[in-house]
Write a protein that binds this ligand. Structure first.
Ligand code: C2E
Ligand code: CA
Ligand code: CA
Ligand code: CA
Length: 277
């Protein structure tokens, strides 16, 4: 700029951020039209026998020039711009389409778990939206789980909560995602329309070294089970973490220790193997 200090200090970095934001925004519009996205699937397994309980669908952006762009970067931009509505339509349709194929190939006990943004809950008539996609793809409601973050759920309107209740009544499973990092108290668990608690990865990372976290983990596990909720520990990277959550009575784990997210091709091979064995 013209040498007035303050602009010199702040403007280059902010300018870069803004440029990157607008660049990615324009690119994302194109990418949605061209379907430059694909889904990756991370298994969530049972602690006793490592059978798969769920696959979490995680969205990947394959940019022709930049290569892979991380969801941590593009999801917030998609949410701010409402592009998550269009992208999210594709994500749920593609997730259910893929799971329906696996289901028909014999994988009947696994649920596909799909991340749903608060923006989608606000702007889509959620019950009809989900039920239509299930009907279109032929996937049973019982094979679908929706992941909604703790912060979204605790601020959701009465109307949204009712829609989620209706989905549950139809057999769809609802999970509270990233639980333990928000500020809701444990007692709110009883009032939310949920079946599954996904304990945040940061939480698991602390539990072995910090006795207080260990205590909280214990309380969540105990109360969750009393309320009839299933609990998934996210981000389990080390065997010690696996052993710890197992000793707390938590039955399902997700994390690099078990498996990284995988392509649909790799998952498909497993489905076939399971059927042969
Ligand atoms: P999330 O929903 O909490 O998803 C779990 C993230 O943790 C994924 O990152 C996954 O690859 C990563 N992860 C799994 N196991 C481990 C582990 O052991 N250690 C570590 N360090 N990380 C692990 P990813 O795929 O990069 O996604 C990041 C976030 O972006 C997701 O967090 C979610 O908030 C958002 N996201 C991804 N796909 C979608 C989507 O389709 N829709 C929406 N609304 N958000 C999405
Ligand atoms: Ca998630
Ligand atoms: Ca999570
Ligand atoms: Ca997260």
């Amino acid at each position: 700029t013209d040498g007035r200090g303050i602009f010199k200090v702040y403007s280059p970095e902010m300018g870069n951020k803004m440029r990157r934001y607008h660049y990615l925004l324009e690119e994302m519009r194109l990418a949605i039209a061209c379907e430059n996205f694909h889904l990756s699937f991370q298994p969530i397994v049972h602690v006793e026998n490592c059978t798969i309980d769920y696959f979490e669908a995680l969205t990947r952006w394959d940019h022709p020039v930049e290569g892979a762009i991380a969801p941590a970067e593009f999801i917030p931009i998609a949410e701010e711009s409402n592009l998550i509505l269009e992208l999210g339509d594709w994500i749920l349709l593609e997730s259910c389409r893929q799971m329906s194929a696996w289901y028909n190939a014999g994988m009947k006990k696994v649920k596909i778990s799909v991340n749903i943004s608060g923006i989608q809950l606000k702007h889509r008539a959620v019950y009809d939206w989900v039920m239509n996609i299930l009907a279109k793809t032929g996937l049973p409601a019982s094979a679908l789980m929706l992941e909604i973050t703790e912060s979204t759920l605790i601020t959701a309107s009465k109307h949204i909560i009712q829609q989620l209740e209706k989905l549950r009544a139809s057999g769809v499973t609802i999970a509270i995602d990233d639980f333990g990092t928000g500020f809701s108290s444990l007692s709110t668990l009883a009032d939310l329309p949920i079946d599954v608690i996904k304990l945040d990865r940061l939480f698991i990372a602390q539990a072995n070294s910090n006795p207080k976290y260990n205590e909280i983990l214990h309380s969540i596990s105990e109360l969750g089970h009393k309320l009839g909720l299933k609990i998934v520990a996210e981000g389990v990277e080390e065997f010690a973490q696996f052993e710890l959550v197992k000793s707390m009575g938590i039955r399902s784990v997700q994390g690099y220790l078990v498996s990284h997210p995988e392509s649909s091709v790799n998952v498909g091979h497993k489905v076939l193997q399971d059927n042969i064995n």
